[in-house]
Design a protein around this ligand. Structure first.
Ligand SMILES: *Cc1c(COP(=O)(O)O)cnc(C)c1O
Length: 523
């Protein structure tokens, strides 16, 4: 295999499939092999004609570049082809079911994209006078209203830009509330063993010590352990519901009661809100703060690229500490409260320079309006139904991590069923690529051995679910029949085969260097 100077194979391995047949050029059944954009050369080429730049003498105080910038130049058709060819090497949400768990929102209704591109919402600037963007600010206010209504919470901070950013917002509000009440000595945050990594990371980032809460055999928070660990030193608990095992925390009301009795706040990680939206209001369960990943529950496919948005709903107790800005309106119209004074005197600060991700707000609001309250409820019901269908159809061959009772929006399997087959979770996931499916989430949550977390979401038809399940069943039968060769070096049919992912993560090559001129033949 030829390698380029950053160690990437420039061509697929000689044999493109198990028959040993290989094309001569590296192409494959109407798909072209494609080098890096830097290797395509053409430094002086461009897709547009620009007038020669007039040198701005003196303005750069002697910092003018004295060498070519070294960016690759391509003509328009070359640029289009380059990216289309790259896109064909990867999975696409529009191609097939994308079973990643802890993720949600796969199909993104095109209507929302259309709305987000309306010039009155996309061609505006955050520094424009507010009187000229009244419609956009009103949209933020209406979105805030929906989020508060759906969660049963009195306040929302729209500006956090992702789930993890929302967690930071929630914990900063909690810290501000404790400090205002003279409880700044509370320096511990409790989180279950199954928590998403962002939970402990956020708590540590805010200066808290993180203590783990144990889990019961049926995948829920261990109440006795929680009670034992609560106390005057605890600032908050962070609990995901439905949790990362795809299970509803049955004792969530008791969790809230114990937490409040100990003087701590209940931060709920709302990344899985998709599974309960329209059916359960977190405010009724005793939650004090919860982020909602708009990109996981209210449109924009997660895993399909950014940006996201992570608004945080807040209880009565935390609302005064919400970060600016937020929207108010009176007879004169809509306004953003931006300064930490008056009603916002206790605001802990800001989460971002401006108002957050406007494009996401539009998508989320369009999604809510097009579904309506009943439609959103059906989203949750269909997401849960689809996950249970997968769990039911695979449980005779694969081992569900928590066999008792139904799951929520995710079906979680462990690797007990692969014992003695010589096939690992990783091998199985890679073999799925050969069958045309993107792998599910692997090895998360950490509490389940060899975890395989499958999340179909509400947008898959029964036919698509069956197609996916049928492929997994064939693979599972092959693993049990001892066909290890099928798994060990999988994927066999992808443009690149099994990669050394550990090496790639530990020693990433992030910089491209120009290729050295080839040595003369005589040397
Ligand atoms: C995705 C996710 C997060 C983080 O959200 P981002 O938007 O990716 O920052 C946190 N917790 C859980 C359970 C998640 O699934």
């Amino acid at each position: 295999m030829s390698m380029n100077n950053v160690g990437r194979p420039t061509r697929p391995e000689a044999s493109n499939d198990d028959t040993g047949f290989a094309s001569l050029s590296g192409g494959r059944g109407l798909l072209q092999d494609e080098p890096l954009i830097f290797e395509l050369g053409g430094w002086s080429k461009t897709g547009v004609d620009l007038p020669d730049a007039v040198p701005a003498d003196g303005a750069l105080a002697g910092l003018t570049r004295d060498e070519p910038i070294g960016l690759p130049g391509l003509s328009e058709p070359e640029a289009v082809r380059h990216y289309v060819r790259l896109s064909q090497k990867n999975h696409a949400i529009d191609l097939a079911l994308y079973p990643l768990g802890s993720c949600t929102m796969k199909h993104n209704p095109r209507l929302n994209e259309k709305m987000a591109r309306l010039p009155g919402l996309s061609d505006i600037h955050p520094l424009q006078p507010q009187s000229t963007v009244q419609g956009a600010i009103e949209l933020m206010d209406r979105l805030a209203h929906w989020l508060k209504t759906l969660t049963g919470m009195p306040a929302v901070a729209l500006s956090p830009k992702a789930g993890a950013h929302g967690e930071l917002c929630g914990l900063l509000a909690i810290r501000a509330a404790h400090e205002a009440a003279g409880n700044g000595h509370r320096k511990t945050v409790l989180a279950p063993t199954s928590a998403h990594g962002t939970n402990p990371a956020t708590a540590a980032f805010c200066g808290y010590t993180v203590v783990e809460i144990a889990q019961t055999d049926d995948g829920r928070v261990d109440l006795a352990d929680l009670e034992a660990k609560l106390g005057d030193h605890v600032a908050a608990i962070m609990v995901t519901n439905p949790n990362t095992c795809g299970l509803f925390e049955r004792d969530v009301v008791e969790i809230a009661r114990l937490t409040h009795a100990a003087g701590a706040y209940f931060y709920c990680d709302g990344a899985n809100f998709n599974a309960i939206v329209g059916r359960v209001r977190p405010g009724d369960l005793g939650v004090d703060a919860m982020h909602i990943n708009l990109h996981k529950t209210f449109s924009t496919p997660h895993g399909g690229g950014g940006p996201g948005a992570g608004p945080v709903v807040l209880s009565e107790a935390l609302a005064p500490f919400a970060p600016t800005p937020w929207v108010v309106h009176d007879d004169s119209g809509y306004k953003l409260v931006e300064e930490a004074e008056g009603v916002a005197a206790q605001a802990f600060g800001r989460m971002s320079a401006f108002h957050g991700q406007m494009g996401m707000y539009v998508r989320a609001y369009a999604y809510m309006l097009s579904h309506g309250a009943d439609g959103l409820k059906q989203v949750a019901e269909d997401a849960v139904l689809n996950a249970n269908y997968i769990k039911a159809r695979l449980s005779d061959l694969m081992s569900p991590a928590f066999p008792e009772g139904p799951c929520m929006h995710e079906a979680l399997f462990d690797d007990a069923w692969l014992e003695d087959t010589g096939v690992t979770t990783l091998d199985f996931a890679k073999a799925m690529i050969d069958e045309g499916f993107h792998p599910m989430t692997m090895y998360f949550p950490l509490v389940v051995h060899g975890a395989m977390l499958i999340e179909p979401t509400e947008t898959e038809s029964k036919a698509e679910l069956d197609r996916f399940v049928d492929a997994l069943r064939l693979l599972a039968q092959a693993a049990k029949a001892g066909e290890t060769a099928r798994f060990k070096n999988a994927p066999h049919l992808a443009p690149l085969k099994r990669l050394d992912e550990t090496l790639a993560a530990r020693k990433p090559k992030l910089k491209w260097k120009p290729v050295a001129p080839a040595p003369l033949a005589a040397e």
